[in-house]
Design a protein. Structure first.
Length: 198
């Protein structure tokens, strides 16, 4: 269990670092560089909520709860790092993300988060088969589409908290992204059925 939790925190830290580079760089370049986070998570076999939700047997889905909490702790650590390297671009990009998330309806957050979950599972599915291009392309795709990723959002909300920009409504937005990501992560195996190789 200790290794499981440490690898969950590590996954959150790597996604948080990826989120940090996106906030500092922004645009397509930032979205492409964000892919390093997912690449490192897959390469190290870390425990990322959106990397595991579509693969765990349903009876073991409870493991996603401590995994996600570990991810959030890692994201908070990365958010602390962000306080030392903040730029005007970081604040501007963060404000744009927060505005987008908090302006969305609950069903809008669920639907858009489904897209991210599906992309993440397919990206990991490709890596499991030795094809890493889906990892490189999948991340920029969901970012450039503005689709929420609950772990990345944990980082953004953590940064908002440390910069006194946090609002209670972020908890609700995060919860709906978690639900949508879970649904999306499971769509590939729901549609593919027995052809889906976990």
């Amino acid at each position: 269990m200790r290794h499981f939790m440490s690898m969950s925190v590590y996954a959150g830290l790597m996604i948080g670092i990826a989120g940090l580079v996106y906030l500092r760089v922004g645009g397509l370049a930032g979205a492409v560089l964000f892919a390093f986070g997912l690449l490192s998570v897959v390469m190290c076999g870390a425990q990322l909520y959106t990397g595991k939700a579509g693969y765990l047997p349903y009876k073991e889905s409870w493991r996603l709860i401590p995994m996600l909490l570990g991810n959030a702790v890692g994201c908070l650590a990365a958010a602390y790092i962000a306080t030392y390297v903040a730029t005007d671009a970081l604040h501007s990009n963060l404000d744009a993300i927060l505005t987008s998330r908090l302006a969305a309806s609950w069903h809008g957050l669920v639907v858009t988060s489904i897209g991210t979950g599906m992309i993440m599972t397919l990206a990991v599915y490709g890596a499991r088969k030795g094809h890493y291009l889906p990892l490189l392309f999948g991340v920029p795709v969901f970012i450039m589409c503005g689709l929420p990723h609950c772990v990345a959002d944990a980082f953004y909300y953590g940064v908002a908290l440390l910069f006194d920009k946090a609002e209670w409504s972020m908890l609700g937005a995060w919860a709906w992204a978690i639900v949508g990501n879970y649904i999306g992560c499971n769509l590939p195996r729901w549609f593919m059925g027995s052809k889906f190789e976990a």
